[in-house]
Write a protein that binds this ligand. Structure first.
Ligand SMILES: [Zn+2]
Length: 125
């Protein structure tokens, strides 16, 4: 999925951000209207839409970085719905963690990958 496709997918979702708060309905809003209708598919303030686009682009970039194997072994973490998903920059998956919980669930496998996996991979290469 390209970045443009990620943004388009966000804009086509029924709720791109969240329901508007009452005070936000008094300000400027952006709406998605289906052809031939005046009933909005979704409504957001410009700021909420900008935040949603920024989040979508950031997630897309992180997913691309995690999916594209690199030469390095940096810990790459990105949001996937409610979870944090971790992978090594080389493409080795390292697991998932809930936001707000200790990152040991992904940091320990990453340290093990660096300490054990790399010397083994080098020895067998
Ligand atoms: Zn690695």
């Amino acid at each position: 999925m390209t970045r443009t496709e990620a943004i388009t997918a966000l804009l086509r979702r029924p709720r791109p951000v969240r329901d508007l708060l009452a005070y936000e309905l008094r300000g400027s809003i952006v709406q998605l209207l289906a052809p031939g209708t005046t009933a909005p598919t979704w409504t957001a303030t410009p700021q909420l839409l900008a935040e949603a686009l920024d989040t979508a682009v950031t997630r897309h970039a992180a997913a691309e970085a995690a999916a594209a194997p690199g030469d390095g072994h940096a810990l790459v973490v990105h949001y996937d719905d409610l979870d944090l998903v971790a992978a090594c920059q080389c493409g080795t998956p390292l697991g998932r963690a809930r936001p707000g919980t200790p990152l040991d669930a992904v940091a320990v496998p990453w340290e093990r990958h660096l300490a054990i996996g790399l010397p083994l991979a080098r020895a067998t290469a």
